[in-house]
Design a protein around this ligand. Structure first.
Ligand code: COA
Ligand code: AMP
Length: 634
């Protein structure tokens, strides 16, 4: 069966399609029906099934002949470590850590925050939570204490699992002081923290609260898998929205298992036993779905890589890892390839690394620019598949179903909708638009299994953010168009979210930080084009009347503030002082136009603009930074 048949088959009988896909999951009690739409537009999948994620990702493989297969390959050029963990070993590690959590009083439904670097223990921690039905929330290590505190207050975890440090290139980043600071800032306090002491940096433990990761496991009874309802939250993952408050995306257990398992063969074209590598971080959705859960559920070996595409030690690291570990399918963000291409434009460093094991490269997380795709195709000599999805969905909305049928690639398009997703381009009134017309990208409800059923503690926000604009549809927040063959093109976000090195960030959150500076009266943050990271944030500051401190001093203070409040991952380094911001007559800041000016792009002067002369002032302010020049193109 080709793609068209599979897609039409899903459309004709969505519930039948997903019930069939659900058969390869081990259920403690199989679901009798797929969809519950009695509370539309809120939907539930596999609600009457009982299941355990850890059983499906670990134990069943041990029981079914994969005990000695590598589950995790850990490759860490930054610590010069390589290790392999088999499924049997993983089961032991996970059962023991889960036992330690149980001994600390953690049970089904309790939240556990995980703040860890890219070490196998991060996956062990996620799976240990899944084993006992605890709901984990992994927080990316590049976020500052304040962001961690916000998540602690929203998720109210009973326990926090953390590493003593992460390693960024040659720099040791101490996580423990950030964790202590976050707990200090948060109103909610966890009862216990388990700290993984890494040899690169031993953290001080707080008596009565912190336990050593290994000591906490001494003498505990290994925990068994606890079956949970199909709708039980497997995890909460916070992602950036328009405001400073992150959105807690909830992932339902049953649908997550069924859908991720389906994608491994049909999209990533791997069979159980194959090695799959997603070079991302466990703190992002890619890390959840394709470093941890997807490959393990499907019986694949997953690679946990602690390093960067360049500098650890060089631009050949990816080639070495692919070749050394026999990687079949490889997934990363385009920015990683831009970094390699910049260091090794001719791709010469691939010589000496036999990557003939690799079948395809998958790119996602940000727009894949044609130069990068063509370069990767040429250097790696494999198909390069762009695919489009988001934290909210947890897996591909639009991609190239290589395991069903590799469709012709059109560069610039992530290809076509996957079963489960009826993706349409809508006008402002919510009517589907004809081909080649730009509009809002929306998905017809219900979303398929595994996608977010709601936001943690924020059903109203869920409705407002995704359901209310176009009744009957899920609003993705992206704008784009479809061509006559049904290929999708993603053009821009429709909100104030930007994408920096594949990391999703809120300009609104940065504005909140800038506005907190005592000399700043008003501010705006926009995303400007960047050759390496895709986009970078740029801040505009209007100072309080009478403030006569040197502008450079204030700029450097706000740069530090964003780093301390949001984290280094925001990469906020560009800011200028201006007298006024361009606004509409009703007072709305024209961020979109400012971004086009910075990128040297043409724009239409809005009829509602208050004073067009301000645009010249903006242009003049950022030209010294190398933006808004005639030659600057994104
Ligand atoms: N813990 C602590 N700090 C972290 C961190 C972590 N887990 N991850 C990133 N940081 C820090 C970095 O050290 C850097 O700090 P600096 O400003 O002091 O240099 C800052 O956050 C920005 O990090 P990053 O965006 O990773 O930029 P970089 O300049 O270090 O590297 C790339 C650039 C392109 C090599 C890098 O972004 C990359 O590998 N991207 C891959 C894409 C990816 O994984 N995307 C995830 C979604 S698929
Ligand atoms: P995240 O939730 O962090 O995965 O970010 C999701 C957002 O990243 C999407 O809504 C898009 O704006 C962008 N994005 C992800 N994949 C792609 C892609 N293949 N092409 C263009 N943009 C993408």
């Amino acid at each position: 069966m080709g793609y068209a048949d599979v897609y039409e088959g899903w459309k004709a009988d969505p519930e039948g399609f997903w019930m069939e896909a659900a058969k390869v999951i081990d259920w403690d009690r199989p679901p009798t029906r797929a969809l519950n739409d009695s509370n539309a537009p809120l939907y539930e999948w596999f609600g009457d099934g009982m299941v355990n994620t850890c059983w499906n990702a670990v134990d069943r493989h041990v029981a079914n002949g994969r005990a000695d297969q590598a589950a995790i390959i850990y490759d860490s050029p930054v610590t010069d470590t390589k290790a392999t963990i088999t499924f049997a070993e993983l089961k032991d590690k996970v059962s023991m850590l889960a036992g330690a959590l149980v001994a600390q009083g953690i049970t089904k439904g309790d939240r556990v925050i995980i703040y860890m670097p890219m070490v196998p223990e991060a996956l062990v921690a996620m799976l240990a939570c899944a084993r006992i039905g605890a709901i984990h929330s992994v927080v990316f290590g590049g976020f500052a204490a304040h962001e961690l505190a916000v998540r602690i207050d929203d998720a109210t975890p009973k326990a926090i699992l953390a590493g003593s440090c992460g390693i960024e290139g040659s720099r040791v980043v101490q996580y423990k002081p950030l964790l202590d600071d976050a707990i200090e800032q948060a109103t909610h306090k966890p009862e216990v923290c388990l700290i993984l002491q890494r040899p690169q940096c031993e953290a001080t433990l707080v008596p009565g609260r912190d336990l050593d990761w290994h000591a906490a496991q001494d003498g505990v009874t290994p925990a068994e898998c606890v079956p949970v309802e199909g709708t039980h939250p497997a995890y909460i993952l916070y992602t950036s929205g328009t405001t400073g408050a992150p959105k807690g995306v909830v992932r339902p257990t049953g649908g997550h298992l069924v859908a991720l398992n389906w994608t491994m063969k049909n999209i990533y074209n791997v069979d159980p036993g194959d090695v799959f590598w997603a070079a991302s971080d466990v703190g992002w959705v890619v890390g959840h779905s394709y470093i941890c859960y997807g490959p393990l559920i499907h019986g694949n070996t997953t690679v946990v890589f602690e390093g960067k595409p360049v500098g650890t030690p060089d631009a050949a690291t990816f080639w070495r890892v692919i070749s050394e570990h026999n990687v079949r399918s490889f997934f990363t963000a385009p920015t990683a390839f831009r970094a390699i291409k910049r260091e090794d434009p001719k791709g010469e460093m691939i010589k000496g690394h036999d990557i003939s094991c690799l079948r395809a490269l998958y790119l996602a997380g940000e727009r894949a620019d044609p130069d990068t795709i063509l370069w990767a195709q040429r250097v790696m000599n494999v198909p390069v598949y762009d695919h489009w999805w988001q934290t909210e969905t947890g897996y591909t909305m639009v991609g190239n179903p290589a395991g069903i049928e590799a469709l012709p690639v059109k560069i610039g398009s992530p290809t076509v909708p996957m079963p489960g997703y009826d993706v349409q381009i809508l006008d402002e009134g919510g009517h589907p638009l004809p081909p080649d017309t730009l509009g809002a990208i929306a998905v017809r409800l219900p979303l398929p299994p595994g996608t977010l059923p709601t936001l943690w503690n924020a059903e109203d926000r869920f409705r407002k953010s995704y359901l209310n604009t176009f009744p009957g549809w899920y609003e993705t927040g992206d704008a784009g168009m479809k061509d006559a063959d049904g290929y999708l093109y993603i053009m821009a976000r429709t909100d104030d979210v930007i994408n920096v090195a594949g990391h999703r960030l809120s300009t609104g959150a940065m504005e909140e930080v800038l506005a907190g500076h005592e000399d700043v009266a008003e501010c705006a943050v926009i995303g400007v084009a960047d050759e390496l990271k895709g986009q970078l944030p740029m801040g505009f500051l209007c100072l309080n009347k009478g403030c006569n401190r040197p502008e450079a001093e204030i700029v450097s203070e706000v740069v530090k503030l964003v780093r301390n409040q949001i984290g280094p991952v925001a990469a906020f380094k560009l800011a200028v002082v201006v007298d006024r911001l361009p606004k509409t007559r009703s007072g709305k800041i024209l961020r979109g136009i400012m971004a086009r000016i910075a990128d040297g792009q043409p724009f239409k002067m809005p009829a509602t603009i208050d004073d067009p002369a301000i645009l010249d002032e903006i242009r003049a302010a950022i030209q010294p930074l190398g933006y808004a020049t005639e030659t600057k193109q994104p």
